[in-house]
Write a protein that binds this ligand. Structure first.
Ligand SMILES: Cc1cc2nc3c(=O)[nH]c(=O)nc-3n(C[C@H](O)[C@H](O)[C@H](O)COP(=O)(O)OP(=O)(O)OC[C@H]3O[C@@H](n4cnc5c(N)ncnc54)[C@H](O)[C@@H]3O)c2cc1C
Length: 316
């Protein structure tokens, strides 16, 4: 495994923003990961675990330490227990590969993940979800390397209940000692045609509602959907002619109602298509994005009394 010096991070993220990593390595097996950890300890430097880089804003100054990209992407069908099928997947598997694997094996449950550009480890870390489903609905076991332990090649098995999953949150966000290495995902047998139909439906919904990542680099939804007062919820329901099941409303709606669509700082712009996306028109800096984030938070707080919280991870 090669540890490289001064590696540009912008190309490792979907936002295409960020300065260089002081050190960078990609790990495909546990021994490489242990070696990377040892390098960081010996050199007394920080580490940052990188997945697909689709939920991250790196600083313009980059990262002063070692960025470890997780690349174990093996997927296999493990076993069938009373109609449920367990897939074993490395944390470095792209969600797109997992969706393709489940279609091929006629397994249903992960259709919602089509178009989410991250890897399995990052998706578990943030309990990624869409269309009413989340990682927590399918993950049964997560295996991690616990940096606090002396033997880094000894994996710790954590059950779904102990992962403390909640809306875009997990144990792994709170306890950074765990590096997610692989997991087991439970899916049910379905009909291939029906699974493909759902995948197409979700993909076309994304195409309609979100700016294309190929044209407009972004990190997806910038803010979590907040819990709001009854008045704000009613205003949303009236405006969109829908009924909310909870007291949460889309952050994008609040931002749109503040008249912020199209607001631009440098090359960072609030998407006209989806107000909860900030897109990079080419040369946006992390600073541009941070200024825009601060502006959004201030306007939404003043207009609705709601404090927005970031869904993206700021590594600044
Ligand atoms: C166009 C677009 C659409 C999106 N749609 C959705 C959506 O519908 N739903 C949704 O939830 N998200 C969505 N996202 C956000 C993002 O794709 C997901 O959150 C994704 O799961 C992040 O995974 P990643 O591998 O890219 O993580 P990264 O961005 O690389 O990392 C995110 C965080 O996870 C940590 N991490 C990553 N891997 C590991 C690991 N193995 N062990 C420990 N920590 C780790 C990192 O340190 C970092 O703090 C979207 C993003 C884009 C750009």
């Amino acid at each position: 495994m090669e540890i490289k010096k001064s590696v540009p991070l912008k190309e490792m993220t979907t936002f295409k923003i960020g300065g260089p990593a002081q050190y960078f390595c990609a790990v495909e097996n546990i021994d490489d990961l242990a070696e990377a950890q040892q390098f960081a300890v010996s050199n007394k430097i920080k580490t940052f675990i990188l997945g697909g880089g689709s939920n991250i804003l790196f600083s313009d100054q980059g990262f002063n330490g070692l960025v470890i990209k997780i690349q174990n992407d093996a997927v296999s069908l493990k076993q069938e227990i009373s109609g449920k099928y367990a897939i074993q997947s490395g944390a470095g598997t792209p969600l797109s590969k997992l969706v393709a694997f489940s279609i091929k094996n006629s397994l249903t449950g992960l259709e919602w993940a089509v178009g989410v550009p991250g890897l399995v480890g990052g998706a578990i870390y943030g309990n990624a979800g869409a269309f009413g489903s989340e990682m927590k609905d399918h993950v049964s076991i997560v295996r991690t390397v616990d940096r606090e332990r002396s033997d880094w090649s000894d994996l710790v098995e954590i059950s779904c209940d102990d992962c403390r999953f909640s809306y875009r949150n997990s144990l792994f966000k709170e306890n950074k000692d765990h590096i997610i290495w692989d997991c087991e995902i439970n899916l049910s047998k379905g009909t291939k045609l029906e699974i493909e139909r759902k995948v197409l439906e979700y993909a076309s919904h994304r195409k309609k509602e979100q700016p294309s990542l190929a044209k407009f680099p972004s990190a997806g939804s910038v803010f979590k959907n907040p819990v709001v007062s009854e008045d704000v919820r009613k205003a949303f329901e009236h405006d969109r002619e829908v009924k909310c099941r909870t007291n949460k409303v889309p952050a994008g709606w609040l931002i749109e109602r503040c008249g912020l669509k199209g607001k631009r700082i440098g090359d960072a712009v609030i998407s006209e298509k989806q107000a909860n996306f900030i897109i990079n028109l080419g040369k946006a800096t992390a600073e541009d994005v941070i200024i825009l984030i601060s502006l959004i938070k201030m306007k939404v707080r003043n207009e609705f009394g709601v404090q927005l919280r970031e869904e993206i991870q700021l590594v600044i």
